[in-house]
Design a binder for this molecule. Structure first.
Ligand SMILES: NC(=O)c1ccc[n+]([C@@H]2O[C@H](COP(=O)([O-])OP(=O)(O)OC[C@H]3O[C@@H](n4cnc5c(N)ncnc54)[C@H](O)[C@@H]3O)[C@@H](O)[C@H]2O)c1
Length: 368
């Protein structure tokens, strides 16, 4: 396959990571970068070879005609950038997470991609991490028996409202890797130690000015239960604890358990030959799963982004969806929206959600 022309839109923190990844990829040629801030483009031009830079997206799309685009703006701008790229004939998009502010936006973006024949992928890199792939194979081989519970463990360090939009879809995405799509959700969200109400809904940057602009958020702590296509139970707790190495996914089966963690913790994948939670069994009784790919492929964030591009190129070539496709990325956000919808209604909700607008926006307008 001839080299495809690639461009990055949004050259802040994560845009820098995409620029770095694209410069490493032999199959792609970085032809342009776009950011509304000229100063940001100037800073990036000192680090990377960027043949053309633009502060205007339509000018870039018209003049450069990129075939692959990284969408690395903050979430509020994902929709407008993706729609413009789809209409301009881009063949593949790697969009940052979360895909959009709500499901209505996701639907509009994915419809446009389908209409224009664009392969859309969402940059949840955990989807293709060696630990995820190996654990999927082990579950498939029956190493832990029948899968009963998929548990997402959050990274911590934030109130759950912000955490859901910052890290939450990485967690729900990884739960989807094992459970398939969620079929129901029952959640409870607290604020100040009581049930969160419509009056507690705020913008992400009001909850934490250090975080990104990711729309409406709610809650300090939460507990959510799910049912999945391939597992009867799922759960996710966000207790706003300190940042922790426990961030990851636990899989509990009828015969054993798998614990997926970051690479700093025993290579990231541990196996316990028992389905029973037993506090007397320490970490020393868990067996590290060995033989996972070594560095440098997984040594840095941009290397894991390279893997996402490799799969995007394959999707463009074959017409098969990316493993972390737009549809999967939308479902990862749907699991977050279902938490709010369930809490708002005080009831278990079925997925897919019928109303695609933001549950918090509706709740706020209804005044509780
Ligand atoms: N996948 C991951 O692991 C990971 C990690 C960090 C951040 N992210 C995601 O990456 C995205 C960007 O986060 P960030 O921290 O880089 O944000 P950032 O604010 O550092 O960068 C965003 C950039 O987009 C530019 N921008 C805004 N509107 C634009 C437009 N219409 N056209 C072109 N440029 C525009 C801004 O000027 C800014 O430079 C977010 O969605 C975030 O959640 C993903």
């Amino acid at each position: 396959m001839a080299k495809l022309r690639a461009a990055v839109v949004g050259c802040g923190g994560m845009g820098r990571c995409h620029l770095s990844a694209l410069q490493k990829m032999e199959e792609l040629e970085l032809v342009a970068a776009c950011d509304v801030m000229q100063a940001t483009l100037d800073r990036r031009a000192e680090e990377f070879t960027m043949p053309r830079t633009f502060t205007d997206l339509s000018a870039m799309l018209e003049e450069v005609r990129p075939e692959v685009v990284a969408v690395a703006t903050q979430t509020r701008q994902h929709r407008e950038v993706v729609l413009a790229c789809a209409e301009a004939g881009v063949r593949g998009i790697l969009c940052e997470k979360p895909l959009a502010l709500d499901l209505a936006e996701c639907d509009e973006m994915l419809d446009a991609c389908t209409r224009h024949g664009v392969q859309m992928a969402v940059n949840h890199q955990g989807h293709l991490r060696p630990t995820t792939l190996r654990a999927q194979a082990m579950v498939e081989q029956g190493v832990i028996g029948d899968l009963l519970v998929v548990r997402g463990v959050n990274k911590g360090g934030r109130k759950c409202g912000n955490e859901l939009m910052e890290m939450g879809t990485h967690t729900t995405d990884r739960m989807i890797c094992f459970g398939g799509h969620a079929t129901w959700c029952h959640a409870f969200v607290t604020w100040d130690g009581r049930a969160a109400t419509a009056a507690d809904i705020m913008d992400a940057q009001e909850m934490s000015p250090r975080d990104r602009d990711s729309g409406l958020v709610l809650g300090h702590r939460l507990f959510a239960q799910y049912g999945f296509q391939r597992a009867p139970f799922g759960e996710m707790a966000m207790y706003a604890w300190e940042k922790t190495l426990a961030y990851g996914v636990d899989l509990i089966g009828t015969r054993g358990q798998l614990m997926l963690r970051g690479s700093r913790m025993d290579g990231g994948l541990l196996h316990l030959d028992s389905p029973i939670f037993d506090p007397t069994r320490g970490l020393d009784q868990w067996n590290p799963v060995t033989g996972l790919p070594e560095e440098p492929v997984w040594g840095s964030m941009d290397d894991s982004v390279c893997v996402m591009y490799q799969h995007l190129l394959r999707a463009i070539e074959t017409g098969e969806p990316h493993p972390s496709s737009g549809d999967v990325g939308r479902h990862a956000l749907e699991m977050v929206m279902a938490i709010y919808e369930s809490h708002r209604r005080g009831a278990r909700v079925a997925l897919p959600l019928q109303d695609r607008t933001h549950p918090l926006d509706r709740w706020k307008r209804e005044g509780g």
